[in-house]
Design a protein around this ligand. Structure first.
Ligand SMILES: NC(=O)c1ccc[n+]([C@@H]2O[C@H](COP(=O)([O-])OP(=O)(O)OC[C@H]3O[C@@H](n4cnc5c(N)ncnc54)[C@H](O)[C@@H]3O)[C@@H](O)[C@H]2O)c1
Length: 327
């Protein structure tokens, strides 16, 4: 298939590009490189420097590509994703994340493209009170980032209904790890995720880290989360694309492992390689004790399950950081 990957120079998008290329698809990447990097894009993909919020630019790129053959599907990864920044800059977040999706959908309609795959997030569920989260749970985001993703989900749903399109919306849980080639992984100035922070602490890139609360009702008192390797997540996009194109259907699907690990278990795993210097701080507001995805739907509809373990996630992130951040 011919696939347009918008945001394909970023962490997750670049992994999706690689999975698509390896599965034999023709891939075109559009990215404004605001957080992504050109060298993360596999050389077999065609690259356009472009901004999804620039209607004319997107229209022109789609028109140029359509002359070579129409896209079978468009994948969207082009979002701003930092929760605290979304609270201080909601206008920018709605503009980039929601207006960007509106322009993408309009451009797809104008070019007769019927299939869209969208990266959403567990943040659309908000302050989850249940241990296992299913796709039919209540949607109640608690910050502008989560709201912008939910608004995009709804927009995609209504546009798909009006213009006879198919969509696959994926709600990701905690994505981490790096590609086994160590060419691509999570590079960011202000990392907020627990696994790269723990790895950086072990590598002495940070002097120490804080565990936010050790008095939760969990076996060791620290929060439990569902971690998924970025390559497993990326491969689900290939399956999701085939599902909506071949079955002519739409779906909204959680992507997680259905397994939870505590913050202390993550630190213990990283400590197998190097010691981790940490302290215990107070709980953070809005952090549920336990958040695990139900992956039943992904298994039933796509035949997808995770192949990589927490050990694989940590080892690839560690090797990636040793290669890119300590030399
Ligand atoms: N990383 C996670 O843990 C996580 C969790 C849940 C959901 N997601 C979703 O996954 C998607 C990808 O996230 P990521 O972690 O790879 O982030 P990222 O910042 O690494 O990638 C986003 C990419 O989109 C590009 N981009 C942003 N705005 C753009 C625009 N207006 N026009 C063109 N390109 C633009 C950036 O340059 C970057 O290459 C996002 O939609 C995010 O909401 C990520």
């Amino acid at each position: 298939m011919k696939v347009c990957v918008i945001g394909g120079a970023g962490y997750i998008g670049s992994h999706a590009v690689l999975e698509l290329v390896n599965d034999g698809h023709e891939v075109v990447v559009i990215d404004n490189l605001s957080t992504g990097t050109r060298d993360a894009v596999d050389e077999k993909a065609r690259f356009y420097l472009g901004d999804i919020t620039n209607e004319k630019q997107l229209f022109d790129i789609f028109s140029e590509e359509t002359l070579l053959g129409r896209f079978d599907a468009v994948m969207h990864f082009a979002a701003k994703i930092v929760v605290p920044e979304s609270v201080s800059h909601p206008l920018e977040y709605y503009h980039n994340n929601v207006e960007g999706v509106r322009i993408m959908l309009k451009t797809m309609v104008q070019h007769g493209i019927k299939n869209v795959i969208f990266s959403s997030t567990a943040a659309v569920y908000g302050d989850v009170k249940k241990d296992i989260c299913t796709e039919d749970d209540e949607l109640k985001p608690i910050n502008p980032y989560g709201e912008s993703k939910l608004a995009s989900e709804r927009l995609i749903h209504w546009v798909a209904q009006a213009y006879d399109m198919n969509y696959c919306i994926f709600r990701y849980f905690n994505v981490a790890g790096a590609h086994e080639s160590l060419k691509i992984g999570l590079k960011r100035d202000n990392l907020t995720h627990i696994i790269p922070i723990t790895v950086q602490t072990a590598l002495k890139i940070r002097s120490s880290m804080v565990i936010f609360g050790d008095d939760y009702p969990t076996p060791d008192g620290t929060c439990i989360r569902d971690y998924i390797h970025v390559a497993d997540l990326a491969f689900a996009h290939v399956l999701g694309m085939k599902y909506i194109v071949n079955e002519n259907k739409s779906a909204t699907i959680n992507l997680g492992s259905s397994t939870g690990y505590s913050v202390k278990q993550v630190i213990d795993e990283v400590s197998q390689y190097f010691p981790v210097n940490y302290s215990i701080g107070p709980r953070r507001e809005g952090d549920p004790a336990k958040l695990i995805a139900s992956s039943e739907r992904a298994k039933n509809l796509l035949g997808w399950t995770v192949k990589r373990t927490l050990k694989d996630i940590i080892k690839t992130d560690l090797d990636f950081r040793i290669k890119h951040e300590t030399r």
